[in-house]
Design a protein around this ligand. Structure first.
Ligand code: FAD
Length: 399
């Protein structure tokens, strides 16, 4: 029933999205997008679909920043009601894009269970976040959990719930899909092309300087992930992000055992990708060793392969204790990523104050938000209208 409501809602949003933008008159605008992560790639795709002339710049390759290291759980669990509404809209937009671009999203839902009273408190707080929405979570018991994933070893279950609207995806594949779709709509994709400066004429953007060539632009959208502050500094705007590293263990593919995302007691989160690989994290704070301090304090890769393997195997062993299908799986890789997390943990989206023609889109949960940000950003860039849904997330709050 809820799923049907959700899909009806999705159809309504799809109809709205298909309407031509009022910006049709400005079709010839040349818009640059700085950053080919999932957020920039979605923005480039939506702009190109709306008829803009688009150039996407990435200093490396698509999805080479936070996106490739993301857990990529699509969800609406947040306290802030406007932020939650934005995320719900994005989930709906993903249903439409999943069909049109064949994104391969796994819409399996999300389940969490708790054992201790502290965990139950956290779980109830999360459940309350969706309570007033059209998609409240459903309480379940140990039986319910194993019915959804046979073989799951839950141990004692003090409380548990299931959220049907959540999904997960392959963030690298989806980003590449946005890029190729943008390209087939005429977007120019400049890879290994770092933006090193912005040019202004009378306070308005005139173009960007890259390591190879200058490019004249009418508008620029900065979607540079953790490098966004450096790009914004070129426009004279100061923004700080939190330093928020996170590791993920990825196994080699194994037989499909579940379509859900799970939060198990303790700090274990895991899912199984469409190709059968298990991806998980154990978010507990690492011991306060010098090597961990180094990694925490500087955005750096793991100092040794041995340490990466040790962490990866530790996480996969923990997952195997809960999900028998994961027992004995081989570690493929351990990734260490840095979340583009604004200091108040809300997205920063919109026109950059103090200059004309420069916009920004930086956020954690950028995988969840990419479709709706692409949609709203396109509206704002091409029509100069301010989209109400973005009002709580303006860069002005940091001015
Ligand atoms: C461990 C971890 C787990 C996460 N889990 C989730 C989750 O479950 N759900 C969720 O929704 N989100 C999650 N996130 C957050 C999510 O991954 C990010 O919000 C999202 O990937 C950000 O995408 P982006 O396109 O903004 O940035 P990025 O992916 O970092 O892309 C930025 C791009 O900009 C390029 N760039 C930077 N500077 C320049 C320049 N000067 N010139 C040209 N190009 C430049 C970079 O090369 C990069 O490709 C997680 C993140 C991490 C690290």
């Amino acid at each position: 029933m809820r799923r049907r409501q959700f899909l009806r809602h999705t159809a309504a949003l799809a109809a709205a999205a298909a309407l031509p933008l009022r910006a049709a008159t400005q079709r010839s605008l040349h818009v640059g997008v700085a950053g080919g992560g999932i957020v920039g790639a979605s923005i480039a795709y939506h702009l190109a679909r709306a008829g803009a002339r688009v150039t996407l710049f990435d200093k490396s390759q698509p999805a080479s920043g936070a996106t490739q290291n993301s857990f990529a759980w699509l969800n609406a669990f947040v306290d802030h009601p406007d932020y939650r509404a934005l995320r719900l809209d994005s989930l709906q937009a993903y249903h439409r894009l999943d069909r049109s671009l064949k994104l391969g999203i796994v819409w399996g839902g999300y389940a969490a269970w708790a054992r201790t009273s502290d965990e139950v408190k956290v779980l109830n707080e999360a459940a309350a976040q969706l309570k007033a929405t059209q998609f409240p979570v459903r309480p379940i018991n140990a039986h319910g959990l194993t019915a959804m994933t046979p073989g799951l070893v839950t141990g004692e279950v003090a409380a548990a719930f299931f959220s049907s609207i959540d999904g997960h995806l392959n963030p690298v594949a989806v980003t590449r899909r946005f890029v190729s779709a943008a390209q087939s709509l005429g977007a120019r994709i400049l890879l290994n092309t770092e933006i090193i400066g912005l040019d202004f004429a009378g306070g308005a953007l005139a173009g960007v300087r890259t390591a190879h060539e200058p490019v004249a632009l009418d508008r620029l959208v900065i979607a540079g992930g953790v490098d966004t502050p450096a790009l914004l500094a070129m426009a004279g705007f100061k923004l700080r992000l939190k330093h928020a590293p996170g590791i993920l263990a990825h196994s080699k593919p194994t037989a499909i055992a579940t379509r859900l995302i799970f939060d198990a007691p303790g700090t274990l989160s895991f899912k199984q990708m469409a190709d059968g690989s298990i991806v998980g994290t154990d978010a507990g704070a690492p011991p306060d060793l010098p090597v961990h301090r180094e990694i925490r304090d500087h955005a750096m890769a793991f100092p040794s392969q041995a340490l990466a393997e040790q962490h990866g195997n530790r996480i996969l062993t923990k997952i195997g204790n809960v999900l028998p299908a994961a027992r004995g799986v081989t570690l493929d890789r351990l990734t260490l990523g840095f979340r583009p997390l604004p200091t108040d943990e809300l997205p920063v989206v919109g026109a950059v104050p103090g200059v004309t023609g420069v916009h920004v889109a930086v956020m954690h949960s950028g995988v969840t938000l990419a479709p709706i940000i692409g949609h709203h950003m396109t509206q704002e860039v091409l029509s100069s209208e301010r989209v109400n849904a973005l009002a709580p997330f303006r860069p002005e709050r940091f001015s």
